[in-house]
Write a protein of this length. Structure first.
Length: 281
């Protein structure tokens, strides 16, 4: 049974992104603000709303150590906020000045990836507040990003439909078309799985896009075996573009939300060639 426990109506324009820490919920909006709520009672914390962006805020995310919130905006900036008092720790300007659409911390909180509308991706060194490395995808705007649980690679998704894999030194490991008309979201599961066809340990990642489908990928990377990424499943159940997807920590369940106004929950099979099972939400 599902119970609605709270509706928050403080933003005055579209809400673009939400993020949880253990004690806080952050939301960001086209209204240029980020709002932060306590999970105890869903009241706004004393330093909310956060005002620092001059245009729409597209994405927000907590650092894994939960002390910092990052937000990115059409103004070309990624701002780091202190979650003790709401003060700005740093304002990181995309070198090209292009609108920043997505940002994600590495699992160690050491790095922050920011992806922009011009296809540029910057890997920021968070403690030093400076650029570590930067790169550029071959086409499209960057709209999605996910770090592997090990933190040694991250994946970006573009509006042209490509998924691109990068290592921590911004070396491009893989880039290929994944979704016609564009990628919208991607997400890793935390727990490694075994690829039964090759007998190796790997991680699962879900991606979704404007082509109405969700794809499940098996990804492995190591110094000796190199990088490998292949599609395990293609899930077709939505009648419109899929805007969001998330994998459970054990990698056995994926949830997806679509412009067809449905949320679907998929129970994934345990073998590499399983078709999966479909449960409409």
């Amino acid at each position: 049974m599902v119970e609605l426990i709270q509706t928050l109506a403080d933003h005055i324009d579209d809400v673009n992104s939400c993020s949880f820490s253990d004690s806080l919920l952050a939301t960001c909006s086209l209204d240029k603000t980020i709002r932060v709520y306590s999970l105890k009672d869903f009241t706004e914390v004393s330093f909310s709303p956060l005002r620092g962006h001059t245009y729409a805020v597209h994405c927000c995310c907590f650092s894994p150590n939960q002390t910092v919130l990052a937000s990115c905006s059409t103004d070309g900036k990624t701002i780091l906020w202190n979650m003790c008092n709401g003060q700005i720790l740093a304002s990181l300007k995309q070198p090209s000045g292009s609108p920043v659409r997505v940002c994600r911390f590495s699992p160690s909180s050491m790095y922050l990836a920011s992806g922009a509308a011009d296809g540029s991706v910057v890997l920021w060194n968070v403690p030093l507040l400076r650029i570590h490395r930067s790169g550029l995808v071959k086409d499209g705007s960057l709209v999605a990003c996910a770090y592997s649980p090990g933190g040694n690679i991250f994946i970006t998704g573009s509006s042209c439909g490509d998924l691109t894999a990068w290592d921590e030194n911004m070396r491009c490991l893989y880039s290929d078309k994944a979704h016609d008309l564009g990628v919208t979201c991607c997400d890793f599961s935390a727990r490694p799985v075994t690829d039964t066809l090759r007998g190796i340990e790997c991680f699962q990642m879900a991606s979704c896009g404007q082509d109405n489908v969700i794809r499940i990928w098996l990804i492995s990377y190591g110094d000796e075996k190199g990088f490998d990424m292949r599609c395990k499943l293609t899930l077709s159940g939505h009648l419109a573009p899929v805007l969001s997807c998330a994998l459970s920590s054990d990698g056995e369940t994926v949830v997806s939300g679509s412009m067809d106004k449905t949320v679907t929950i998929w129970k994934l099979g345990q073998t590499s060639d399983s078709p999966g099972k479909f449960f409409p939400g």
